[in-house]
Each structure stands twice: as structure tokens, then as C-alpha cells.
Design a protein around this ligand. Structure first.
Ligand code: DC
Length: 231
């Protein structure tokens, strides 16, 4: 890792606010953020109707054609697939579940872990996902794990959908969150869990400003490196 290079990881369950916080931190540090969930969603999307447990060689061949990159920085950081910015088609709850189905596979995790590490070699990052601090960037300078109960996350998601004037059935949202969490927490490879050296923040009783403040305070007060050490 280069001296001026900074990696911050944020892990946590679905709907806990990782992307929002990653975007804010990246904006404040003038670096990029990497939404690794978007990469898993794109894989789920591209593998479309393949059965996750079908011929792994075939899946491997498809994966090799998927070249991920990063465009922009701060708030405007976007994951690219074969040079195209990933769009909203991967943002549905169905695409999230499909991503989680393929995220169980060794071949998929190995491929995406390499891609993420390659991107992290090139540039400073706020990397967010499920295994950023525990597997992909184990030497990250700062590690956070955001948590909140499934109920709180479902309420937030419902409010967000209602603000966008979209349909929002609370019990369905809650059911989907619980199902995806369970699959992500209980898979054999790189399950969702805090890295032993991650700062765990229960965001349940907090608003995004308070979470952001707690994270930046930790970074600024950390004896390892202060914000001023970085561009
Ligand atoms: O963060 P998200 O909801 O966009 O992620 C979609 C799914 O992708 C998530 O349910 C599990 C998988 N994922 C993963 O296994 N590891 C990551 N680092 C990021 C996402």
C-alpha cells in the first residue's frame, strides 16, 4: 500500500445505510467509494437465468468477461462493468436476492475479491459491502461495521420507498430483509460478520448525520493516522 493511500471499509447487513455513509465519507476525504454490492448485483444480473449450482466452469467463463472498474469520486463514484456505468436495473430487491444467491459461490467470490483488490491497489477507497474488512481489505486503515435490527432497516426502507412514491409493503420488506440477511450471514465463504478489529456502530437510535460524525471522529482521533495525513 502506498503511503498516501487510504482504505476505509464499511460492512453491514442490507439496508443499514452503508452506501450513504460511504458516499459521505468519500466526499469528505476526496476519494472514491466502491459499492461492492453493485458488483454482486451485476454478476447476478449477467448470469441471469443460470442456476448458481450449475456447471462452475461455465460460470467461470462468463465471469472472465466481466471487467469491473470505478468511475468518478466522492458522491459521484460509480461502479462500471465493461466500461459502462451500472444502472438502476440492478437496484431491485429481486436483483439483491439474486446477488446474494450467487454471492455464496467460491468462484464468484474469488473473482470479485480479486477485482476489488485490484481497484484498491490503484486508488484510495471507502469500500462497502459484507466482507470488506474481514476478507478483501484486511489491512485497511479504518474498519467499520454498521448494524441495526431488521425492523428498523425495514422501516427506513419503507419510508424511503414512500418518499419516492413507490409501493412499500412493510411486512414484505421485512421478510425480504430477514431472508437475505440469513443467507449472507450463514454462507460458508466470507459470511457477513464484523472483522475483529472493526468499530461496530448500532445505527438503530441514530440518524445518518450522527453516524457520519461518529465515523469521522473515530478516524480523526485514531492514533494510527489522522485525516490530515491524507489528501
Ligand atoms: O449491498 P447490496 O444489498 O447491494 O448487496 C447485494 C448482495 O450482494 C448481498 O445481499 C450479498 C452480496 N454481497 C456480498 O456477498 N459481499 C459484498 N461485499 C457485497 C455484497
Amino acid at each position: 500500500m502506498k503511503n498516501s493511500h487510504m482504505i476505509i471499509t464499511i460492512d453491514g447487513p442490507a439496508g443499514v445505510g452503508k452506501s450513504t455513509l460511504a458516499g459521505r465519507l468519500a466526499e469528505s476525504f476526496k476519494i472514491a467509494y466502491l459499492d461492492t454490492g453493485a458488483m454482486y448485483r451485476a454478476v447476478g444480473w449477467m448470469l441471469g437465468n443460470e442456476d448458481p449450482d450449475s456447471d462452475q466452469n461455465k460460470l467461470g467463463k462468463i465471469l472472465e468477461g466481466l471487467i469491473f472498474g470505478l468511475h468518478g469520486s466522492g458522491w459521484n463514484s460509480r461502479v462500471t462493468l465493461n466500461k459502462n456505468i451500472l444502472g438502476d436495473e440492478i437496484r431491485t430487491e429481486e436483483a439483491g436476492m439474486r446477488a446474494s444467491d450467487f454471492a455464496r459461490l467460491k468462484i464468484v467470490r474469488e473473482y470479485l475479491t480479486k477485482s476489488q483488490q485490484n481497484i484498491g491497489q490503484e486508488t484510495s477507497l471507502v469500500a462497502e459491502g459484507r466482507d470488506m474488512g474481514s476478507v478483501v481489505f484486511i489491512n485497511a486503515h479504518y474498519k467499520f461495521f454498521l448494524d441495526a435490527s431488521a425492523r428498523v432497516r425495514a422501516e427506513r426502507r419503507q419510508a424511503q420507498l414512500l418518499r419516492m412514491r413507490k409501493q412499500a409493503d412493510y411486512s414484505l420488506i421485512l421478510e425480504q430483509i430477514i431472508k437475505r440477511d440469513e443467507q449472507d450471514r450463514n454462507r460458508a465463504i466470507a459470511p457477513l460478520k464484523p472483522a475483529p478489529d472493526a468499530i461496530v456502530i448500532d445505527t438503530g437510535p441514530m440518524n445518518p448525520d450522527q453516524v457520519f460524525e461518529q465515523m469521522t471522529k473515530h478516524i480523526e482521533n485514531s492514533p494510527i493516522r489522522s485525516k490530515s495525513s491524507y489528501k
